[in-house]
Design a binder for this molecule. Structure first.
Ligand SMILES: Cc1cc2nc3c(=O)[nH]c(=O)nc-3n(C[C@H](O)[C@H](O)[C@H](O)COP(=O)(O)O)c2cc1C
Length: 229
């Protein structure tokens, strides 16, 4: 059993709170040795009955450039988006408001007015550019798995992003990277049965990018957790 210590608690809390979505990266690759350590840690994520359902495809160098070019051209040409999984349904007011607050934080950081449709579109377009990140990882799973198993892939993703944070590597999870799954499959030579859930752009933060000053809040504990007994 792990021995609880103030040091470990503080270190973990700091790690969790330090991770945030970074949307502007330096043109500086993550060294191979750091990359290996990060993914080695993420490998220890839990999953139901330990099936380890995740398919993890990491792009660097020329592969990232080719993927970026492909996402950009598809977005510019307004290519029909056909995701592997059905999108969420209509969000209720509570969640819509949280979603708006998240968007407002980003637009404020970028100096974009809510009414500025073109500005908002160019902010969204940054997703296709992977926010200039030198790396992108796609997370998928076999089509035989359903939503219960998608939760396992989420566990992997959070472990991965925390491991990145510990190594000083910034990241941004992107649901938008599920938009062109056939292109991702053909790039990595994936079987058609491997379905893409989302991607994560990562690398070293460019702290001169205004978008990176955006900060999000969280709902208070009493709003989200019921403690009984
Ligand atoms: C599965 C998932 C998908 C996301 N998709 C996007 C995305 O497509 N584009 C984007 O800019 N941020 C995306 N985000 C980042 C969220 O907006 C962000 O995590 C949230 O606002 C909380 O902010 P923080 O990560 O800075 O703590 C995504 C996050 C997750 C976990």
């Amino acid at each position: 059993m792990i021995e609880a210590s103030t040091q470990a608690i503080e270190a973990f809390d700091t790690l969790v709170r330090t991770r945030r979505s970074v949307r502007g990266f330096l043109d500086k690759p993550v060294p191979d040795s750091v990359m290996q350590q990060i993914f080695e840690t993420a490998r220890w994520s839990p999953s139901g009955t330990n099936v380890q359902p995740w398919d993890v495809c990491v792009a660097s160098g020329e592969v990232t450039k080719a993927l970026r070019a492909g996402f950009i051209s598809r977005a510019k040409n307004k290519e029909k988006i056909v995701t592997d999984h059905a999108p969420d349904g209509r969000l209720d007011d509570l969640w819509r408001e949280r979603k708006r607050a998240c968007a407002r934080a980003l637009y404020n950081a970028m100096g974009i007015e809510w009414e500025d449709k073109a500005g908002r579109a160019s902010a969204a377009f940054r997703n296709s550019e992977f926010f200039d990140a030198p790396h992108v990882v796609f997370l998928g799973m076999h089509e035989d798995f359903g939503t219960q198993t998608a939760a396992d892939v989420g566990m992997f993703a959070q472990t991965l992003m925390l491991a990145m944070t510990a190594h000083g590597v910034a990241s941004c999870a992107q649901g938008s990277l599920r938009n062109y799954p056939d292109f991702v499959r053909s790039t990595f030579g994936l079987d058609d049965k491997i379905k893409i859930l989302f991607g994560i752009s990562f690398g070293y933060e460019d702290d001169k990018v205004p978008a990176n000053t955006a900060r999000t809040e969280r709902a208070p504990l009493e709003e989200i957790v019921k403690f009984l007994g």
